[in-house]
Structures are given as C-alpha cells and as structure tokens.
Write a protein that binds this ligand. Structure first.
Ligand code: AMP
Length: 289
C-alpha cells in the first residue's frame, strides 16, 4: 500500500481486501465505489462527490479493462495520466484508489468465466458496434464488486446502456450492492465530458456539440407532438448524416429499463446517439422522465 497525503493507493487485490476490512469494514460504515478507467474529468468527480455525500468511505478504481475493448479499438492508446488522476482524487478526499495491473485482475491463463448480460440489452445500440464490450464491462464490474464489496456503487448516465446492463446484472445476480446513477456533466457548449474528448482535433471538437443539440431537438419535437417520435428520430439522423466529418452509428429512442426501441413518444424514455468524429467515437443521450 502506498499513501499520498490522505489517499491510499492499492495495487493488488490483497491490498484492496486488507484496506476494505481494516478501514472501511467497521460496523455501520458504508463504502461507496466509483469504478473508472482513469483520465478523470469533472464528470467522474461528480460521481465521487455524490459518493462522498452518501457514504463514509469512497473508493475509486482506475483500471483500463482490456476485456471491454475490441480488436482495433483504443486500448493501447487510451489515456493513462495516473499522477494527475491521483491528484484529483486526493483533492476530492477520496479515501483509496485501486490501481491494479492487468494481471492482478486477470491472472495466469486469463479470464475464464465471463458474465453475459441479457441479449435484449446488448444486441443493439453500442453493443451492435462493439461486440463483446458489455460482456467485458459486466465481467470486470462483477469482479470489482467481489473484491471491494461496496455497499453502494456509482455510475454515470452518460454511459446509459452500461448503466442499464449493470442495474440488470446486479438485480439478476442478487449482488449485494446498491447502484446509484448520476447525471451527465457537460462542457459549456453541451458536449458530454468524456476521457476521449482529448483525442478530438480542433475541427472535430467544434463539431461535436451537434450530438447534444440533435438529441435535444429530437426530444423537444417528439414531446411537442408536432411530429411522431419516428419522424423526429429520422430527421435527427438526416441532420447528423449531413454533417461533414460525422459518421452516425445510431440515433434511437428506448425504454430506459428494458432498452426496447420505441417508435412512439412515452413519458419515460431515453434518446441515445453514437457517432464517430474521425477516429473518435462519442456517445451521448438525453433522458425524458
Ligand atoms: P469511464 O472512466 O469512461 O469508464 O467512466 C467511469 C464512470 O464515469 C462511468 O460510470 C461513466 O458513466 C461516468 N462518466 C463518464 N463521463 C461522465 C460525464 N460526462 N458525466 C457523468 N458521469 C460520467
């Protein structure tokens, strides 16, 4: 265990378990867990703040999980500014950062058991473009829950399909952890904060707010009743396809729990988008409650 000011850095599963039982294992003590892949930004820190408000101890994990990256994706070049991340965590009063090497999580011969979420949650949206991604997410999150045994775990609505998968997995597998969601933090121009935004060149960065603008436009038109949800979505797709340098992957409206695609406006729905700006894949969504 290494300690920087008040934040402990845990690098092995044994360190994590020891910290868990000594520091955060006191009766009545509530551990809040924020799993991340690092390259922390204000969006991550909003999850940390929420955890700090609601829990006695806050644990952040920083682990770029190879299992959730496909061939040709950005696993190798994913940003890993660990010292900067640690400073963020220290300033935010995080009690411990779990920063394991890949073989601490997947030792020896590699991963044997994989958690497979229900097909209906992962066969469309991001799952259609990133085969194996949600199996990788579900597996690592299950392992991290098993190692850290948090009472509460915090996830961003920014990755809405991921949140739906984790909520369902936690319920279906009776995992003893309460899943908490936090709203998407945005830049001043509406772009959802993401560790991948640093990859955008200036032109792509200037274009990127079109995702959120389109989501809001689709939502407002559908809710106004002036057009059907299908029409609003189709107009949104046309708008994005006409944008130079934007490669639309999907723009869909879904039920927030089942993620079943919707064609007519509902009081509760989520509108989700994914598009590539050059090599950079961005996702976003707006939730209607
Ligand atoms: P990541 O490091 O990208 O795996 O994200 C770690 C957690 O932070 C996930 O639960 C994300 O949904 C959440 N997160 C990422 N970006 C944002 C954002 N802009 N606002 C709120 N939460 C976010």
């Amino acid at each position: 265990m290494k300690s920087t000011a008040s934040t402990v850095v845990l690098e092995t599963v044994a360190d994590l378990k020891a910290w868990r039982s000594q520091v955060a294992g006191r009766p009545g003590s509530v551990l809040g867990f924020v799993p991340t892949m690092g390259a922390l930004h204000a969006g991550h820190m909003s999850l940390v703040r929420l955890a700090a408000e609601q829990c006695d101890h806050v644990l952040v994990s920083i682990f770029v999980n190879p299992l959730q990256f496909g061939k040709g994706e950005d696993f190798d070049r994913y940003p890993r500014p660990f010292e900067r991340d640690l400073e963020f965590c220290r300033k935010a009063g995080v009690h411990a950062v779990f920063h394991p090497a890949v073989d601490a999580i997947y030792p020896g011969q590699g991963q044997s058991t994989v958690v497979v979420p229900p097909r209906s949650l992962i066969e469309h949206l991001c799952g259609a473009f990133r085969p194996g991604h949600f199996e990788g997410v579900a597996t690592v999150v299950t392992k991290l829950f098993g190692m850290a045994t948090p009472e509460q775990a915090y996830f961003g609505e920014k990755d809405f399909q991921q949140l739906a998968v984790i909520r369902r997995m936690t319920a279906d597998l009776n995992l003893p952890v309460s899943i908490k969601a936090a709203p998407t933090l945005r830049e001043a121009d509406g772009l959802a904060m993401s560790s991948r935004n640093v990859y955008l060149n200036q032109e792509e960065r200037e274009r990127a707010p079109v995702l959120y603008q389109t989501l809001c436009h689709v939502r407002d038109r559908a809710l106004s009743g002036s057009v059907s949800l299908s029409e609003a979505l189709e107009d949104g797709r046309v708008r994005l396809r006409q944008c130079a340098g934007v490669e639309l992957q999907y723009l869909e409206a879904c039920d927030p729990d089942s993620l079943a695609p919707l064609e007519t406006t509902r009081a509760s729905m989520v509108i989700l988008v994914a598009a590539k700006f050059g090599q950079v894949r961005l996702i976003d969504n707006v939730i209607v409650r």
